[in-house]
Design a protein around this ligand. Structure first.
Ligand code: GDP
Ligand code: PGA
Ligand code: MN
Length: 583
């Protein structure tokens, strides 16, 4: 089935000449195709079957142990001009990058099948959706792309109608980390990735297309491609507010998106629209309208349990792919934080021995269709998207940063997002728990210069705009005992309620130099068992500590040089001045 689109046929031919596969398979996205791929991977050992009685149609994939997370040091933005990639990205000149990576692609698919994977990011009939074609030699990638995107015939039909698409070329290569590159050519709408089978490096529709390439396009076209979950919060009166939230990888997006309100909130309901990526566009009414470009979840397994995220657990007992989790003696998937069962085999397939570290890899993942989520919103398929009332930024901060605060206005909110810091996690290779700046949770994903990105955010503040309010949260404050102070998970509902009430103008706040905080009495805290001292810690603003934090933020903004928007510098100077005056 070659395509009606010559440009696509020509590109597939060109790639086949370079990579020399034995066969070419055009993916139609059918169930039969999926099952055939599963059979193939069961034969090759790429997958093993989990217990069909407890987990029908669920499979386990074990990665090469050197290939379990995104590799930021091997990820490049190859714009013509180095300044356009900015200090926030690794850059390589496009010709050099093509040369380097094409040398690795040469002949790499010998003996293998080249899969052509047409996909659509977003509801297939949405004007906000965008299409791409990934070429890959990995059946694991095809199977995951079928769950994560609208993949196959319908996407190909849209691509043929539109005539344009993002090109993604992927091969697992020989998995040698020294021959691993993830390269983006935003001016050519092209991605090339070799040497990794891990989700964020290999499922090119996700971080590579929907964030790095899309953010570049979004800037040119006046919209936003963000690393955000989208949820709808419905009140007992049936009124729904949509909220988007940006947290770095493994900092709680999937969990917040699927929250189940605690008993103190009868009649309230959280609807899931997306758990990782949000595309937003100003509508004719001045509001920001958002879609989730994805069709599935690629979620962190460890920590997911009936008590922390019951909606996630409910969707994981059928039709799911697990990557690098452990197995029980009766072939059920297992990970740290799951109270039921115990591990017999670890993520590398060895007999479980605590001396080898955790049974499941800390960045082990599940891939599952969004339709299986009990809180999946019917509005997630709405081609127009949903209107966003609030944007939330947040990260892992064991000290200083309060549970929640609100920005004074849009420009202050952009500063709050730009200034975000978070402790690193296992979602990317490298040290864990190191504090780094991660503006809008986009440090690994913004496909262009952060200074231009901040300007773009500021530019949305037009006369007719009805922009969302901006908030900052921190679920990860630790007490003197080293434990998280805030119970988190379902109880994050208490913070969401304050946020939505602020949007409606129904609740007060205290002004501080860093923003507006709830008073204790503004939050529903009964039954949480938090002591006075803990509450105080969660809602305190340590002015001296924040003055130091703002000095660091100032240096960070300076690091982008003259391209940093003056308005952001002024806003930083204003807050710094207020902090200094308050000491
Ligand atoms: P994502 O990668 O941003 O989608 O993050 P996840 O929602 O998958 O969460 C990553 C890790 O953080 C998991 O181990 C979760 O159990 C944990 N986590 C998520 N939300 C909370 C929370 O509110 N409090 C605490 N303490 N941990 C959380
Ligand atoms: P996430 O990222 O942790 O934000 O879901 C997935 C990835 O690392 O590819
Ligand atoms: Mn997630």
């Amino acid at each position: 089935m070659a395509s009606k689109l010559d440009a696509l046929n020509r590109w597939v031919d060109e790639v086949a000449r370079l990579t020399q596969p034995d066969r070419i398979h055009w993916c139609d996205g059918s169930e039969a195709e999926y099952q055939a791929l599963v059979e193939l991977m069961l034969d090759t050992g790429d997958l093993s079957e989990l217990n069909p009685a407890t987990h029908p149609n669920c499979y386990l994939h074990r990665s090469n142990p050197s290939d379990v997370a995104r590799v930021e040091h091997l990820t490049f933005v190859c714009s013509r001009n180095a300044d356009d990639a900015g200090p926030n990205n690794h850059w390589m000149a496009p010709e050099e990058a093509h040369q380097k990576i094409d040398a690795l692609f040469a002949g790499c698919m010998k003996g293998r099948t080249l899969y052509v994977i047409p996909y659509c990011m977003g509801p297939i009939d949405s004007p906000l959706a965008r299409c791409g074609v990934e070429i890959s030699d990995s059946p694991y990638v095809v199977a995951n792309m079928r769950i994560m995107t609208r993949m196959g015939e319908a996407a190909l039909a849209r691509i043929e109608r539109e005539g344009s698409f993002v090109r993604g070329l992927h091969s697992t290569g020989d998995l040698d980390p020294a021959k691993r590159f993830i390269m983006h050519f935003p001016e050519e709408l092209t991605i090339k990735s070799i040497g990794s089978g891990y989700g964020g490096n290999a499922l090119l529709g996700k971080k590579c297309h929907a964030l790095r390439i899309a953010s570049w396009q979004a800037r040119q076209e006046g919209w936003l491609a963000e690393h955000m979950l989208i949820l709808g919060l419905e009140s007992p009166q049936g009124e729904t507010h949509y909220v988007a939230a940006a947290f770095p990888s493994a900092c709680g997006k999937t969990n917040l998106a699927m929250l189940i309100p605690p008993a103190a909130y009868p009649g309230w309901k959280v609807w899931t629209i997306g758990d990782d990526i949000c595309w937003m566009q100003p509508g004719p009414d001045g509001r920001l309208w958002a879609i989730n470009p994805e069709a599935g979840f690629f979620g962190v397994a460890p920590g997911t349990s009936r008590s922390t995220n019951p909606n996630a657990l409910a969707m994981l007992d059928r039709d799911a792919i697990f990557t690098n989790v452990a197995e029980t003696a009766d072939q059920q998937p297992w990970w740290e934080g799951l109270p039921e069962g115990k591990p017999a085999t670890d993520w590398q397939g060895r007999d479980y021995d605590p001396a080898n570290g955790p049974a499941a890899h800390p960045n082990s993942r599940f891939t599952v269709s969004a339709k299986q989520c009990p809180s999946w919103s019917p509005r997630a398929e709405d081609p127009q998207g949903v209107p966003i009332s609030a944007i939330i930024f947040g990260g892992r901060r064991e000290s200083l940063v309060p549970l929640v605060f609100e920005a004074r206005d849009w420009k202050h909110g952009v500063l709050v997002g730009a200034a975000m810091g978070s402790e690193t996690t296992a979602a990317a290779t490298g040290a864990v728990g190191v504090l780094r700046r991660d503006s809008m949770a986009m440090k690994p994903f913004c496909g262009y210069n952060f200074a231009d990105y901040f300007s773009h955010w500021l530019s949305l503040d037009k006369a007719n705009a009805k922009l969302p309010r901006i908030f900052h949260v921190n679920w990860f404050r630790k007490g003197a005992n080293g434990k998280f102070v805030w119970p988190g998970f379902g109880d994050n509902m208490r913070v969401l309620e304050w946020i939505v009430n602020r949007c409606k103008g129904g609740v007060g706040a205290v002004e501080t130099p860093i923003g507006l905080l709830p008073r204790k009495e503004d939050l529903k805290l009964a039954g949480l068992g938090l002591g006075e001292a803990e509450l105080e810690l969660l809602l305190e603003v340590d002015h001296a500590g924040w003055a130091r934090e703002y000095a660091g933020i100032g240096e960070y903004l300076e690091s982008f040089g003259a391209r940093t928007p003056a308005l952001l510098q002024q806003e930083h100077a204003r807050v710094s001045g207020e902090l200094a005056a308050s000491l």
